[in-house]
Ligand binder design. Structure first.
Ligand code: SF4
Length: 403
């Protein structure tokens, strides 16, 4: 299993698979043909179906266009799914006389990663185990926590790396609470984070904490929808859940930043196990792979922060995913706004429920985390394409932009 660093990427929203991945692919292709006068990019399948809403074209143009290559043409083929992966893109480079200099097909396979054959390349494995059963066995054997397992296998700079991501997460919350107005894209969705924050501050105790949690998750997801800078956790569309939970616990329960960073290591470990054994891509397995994974990661972090044992942490993460199984990806008009933004807020609330539920148990439960992840993978592959980031089914089918 690869480093947990692969889970936490800093970048601009709104979509890890539809903006971060294509931008990375475009930068790589441009690097191969620095003298090209123009580029043509053909987008296929899910990338073409929801690419306009996800600002894929903006990301591609930002990466390819400059004084030397002033022309970038984008061709959209939403009905053509390349057999390797639903998020295909073909790049062509041309010289000043219009002769093709070269071409390449690449795939955006989720979480900002790209691939030449649509499959995840064999990871640079740094962990001996990729199943939670084995990692939990290690924790029990050595009477240790998940973050200590991470510390054993990552480079020593992992704590600085996580701290940097924590700083960006906090900034996204602050920016999201500060910014107001209507989000881009034409759906007329108004940012709500600040008004939720104000309402929350007029409540007390539990009501206030729940209100603040909603406000923080909305803040980050709204920043993402507006193309702001966020940390994938594990994707852009699901980037509001973990920061909201961590920030609430840090500020309301006076938990130190050192503990927060340890909890991010725990969350990253659970995210990496999901990525290694199933998928975190909405285009591959639906929203259960994005918001479901974010919920499971944040459950692990929160249970750790409230003093849970490794079995209780594993139990909370299993519940966090189990009750999102089957969740479809159906963003209205291809924008990462409806249902995505509020889904992050509700997932954050579910984290606190799963955490308490698990802390009230001894952590023993019948369906282990690994089995839930296997079920998620199978369910995702059984879902028809219209529920996997194509904006053809569910809410996206029924709710249209008002002209
Ligand atoms: S519905 Fe879920 S998976 Fe789909 S774009 Fe929104 S957050 Fe991502």
């Amino acid at each position: 299993m690869e480093s947990i660093k692969e889970i936490y990427k800093i970048g601009k929203g709104p979509s890890s698979s539809h903006t971060m991945g294509p931008k990375k692919a475009a930068e790589m292709f441009k690097g191969m043909y620095p003298g090209a006068s123009s580029f043509t990019v053909t987008l296929y399948g899910s990338l073409a179906a929801t690419g306009k809403g996800h600002m894929t074209d903006v990301a591609l143009i930002e990466a390819l266009k400059d004084e030397r290559s002033p022309r970038v043409d984008i061709i959209w083929k939403p009905d053509v799914f390349l057999p390797q992966h639903p998020n295909g893109m073909n790049f062509q480079a041309f010289d000043s006389e219009g002769h093709q200099m070269g071409e390449k097909t690449l795939f955006s396979i989720g979480g900002g990663d790209i691939s030449e054959d649509g499959r995840r390349q064999p990871e640079k494995s740094i962990y001996p185990y990729s199943k939670m059963k084995d990692i939990l066995g290690w924790c029990n054997k050595y009477n240790s926590y998940f973050w200590e397992y991470v510390a054993q296998h990552e480079d020593p700079d992992i704590w600085d790396f996580l701290y940097d991501r924590w700083v960006v997460m906090k900034k996204a919350i602050e920016d999201g609470l500060d910014h107001e107005g209507v989000l881009p894209g034409g759906l007329n969705v108004r940012r709500k984070a600040y008004s939720y924050y104000q309402h929350a501050m007029s409540y007390q105790n539990t009501m206030q904490r729940r209100g603040l949690l909603f406000a923080y998750a909305l803040a980050v997801s709204e920043e993402n929808a507006a193309g702001g800078t966020i940390v994938t956790a594990p994707t852009c569309g699901s980037c509001g859940v973990l920061p909201a939970v961590l920030y609430l616990i840090h500020t309301q329960y006076k938990v130190t930043e050192k503990k927060i960073i340890n909890a991010m290591a725990t969350a990253g470990l659970f995210g990496s196990v999901i990525k290694a054994n199933a998928s975190i891509s909405g285009a591959e397995v639906g929203c259960q792979g994005e918001v479901g994974s974010a919920c499971a990661m944040a459950c692990a972090a929160a249970t750790r922060l409230f003093g849970g044992t490794p079995p209780q942490i594993e139990c909370a993460a299993a519940m966090g995913m189990e009750h999102f199984l089957g969740l479809t990806c159906d963003p209205v008009c291809g924008l990462v706004q409806i249902p995505c933004i509020e889904r992050n807020a509700f997932a954050a609330a579910r984290v606190m429920d799963c955490t308490q539920y698990s802390l009230m148990s001894d952590g023993s439960h019948i369906v282990p985390f690994d089995t839930v992840i296997e079920a998620m993978k199978r369910t995702g592959h059984d879902l028809p394409n219209l529920y996997k980031e194509t904006s053809e089914g569910g809410l996206a089918y029924l709710v249209k932009k008002k002209e």
